[in-house]
Write a protein of this length. Structure first.
Length: 190
């Protein structure tokens, strides 16, 4: 039964996370994932000031996690799907292609449809970049939405959005939070 909760959570999370990734609809992603965002606060962040954090002189796109998110956002919003895909991890692209196939569409079709729906979306704020080796997190705050922490990985020398890792954390948090709410409601069946 425990794995069934994870599967249900993943199916719900896939829809919200997939829309975010396809259309860069940060507001949709935030709404879908905000229930699990609080469990992922990284208070264990040590002082991780890597040499890659100062990009003011070389401003190459994707040179920092925040730059990669901004470049991805701009490309998706302008419907430049080839560029947008450059800022997605290999595992994220594979996951998205599988979902698109399941809906009888190509990944590019799904991304363009999402961008069409969310063309009016305001630009979010990116902050609190934390780098730990080849992984990083960046906080994303869209207007009128709760804060979400995006996960990124470094692949091929570039920072890329790792939606697959974000979904994994959301799926892991769900069973614990549902057990907590069952206990609060007096429905502890253990």
């Amino acid at each position: 039964m425990h794995s069934m909760n994870i599967k249900l959570s993943m199916k719900r999370g896939v829809r919200g996370t997939f829309l975010f990734t396809l259309a860069l609809a940060l507001t949709v992603f935030v709404a879908a994932c905000s229930k699990n965002a609080n469990t992922g606060n990284s208070s264990n962040s040590t002082n991780s000031s890597n040499s890659t954090t100062n990009t003011s002189s070389t401003k190459s796109v994707g040179s920092s996690p925040t730059d990669a998110l901004k470049a991805y956002y701009d490309a998706a919003k302008s419907k430049d799907m080839e560029t947008a895909k450059r800022y997605l991890s290999h595992a994220t692209i594979q996951m998205m292609e599988d979902i698109a196939k399941g809906q009888g569409k190509t990944l590019d079709q799904m991304m363009k449809e999402g961008a069409d729906r969310d063309v009016q979306m305001p630009t979010p704020e990116f902050s609190n970049e934390k780098i730990d080796g080849d992984t990083a997190t960046v906080d994303i705050k869209a207007p009128n939405q709760p804060l979400v922490t995006a996960q990124l990985v470094k692949e091929d020398g570039m920072w890329k959005l790792a939606v697959d890792k974000m979904m994994g954390k959301a799926g892991e948090a769900h069973p614990e939070s549902s057990n907590e709410s069952e206990k609060e409601n007096g429905n502890d069946h253990h």
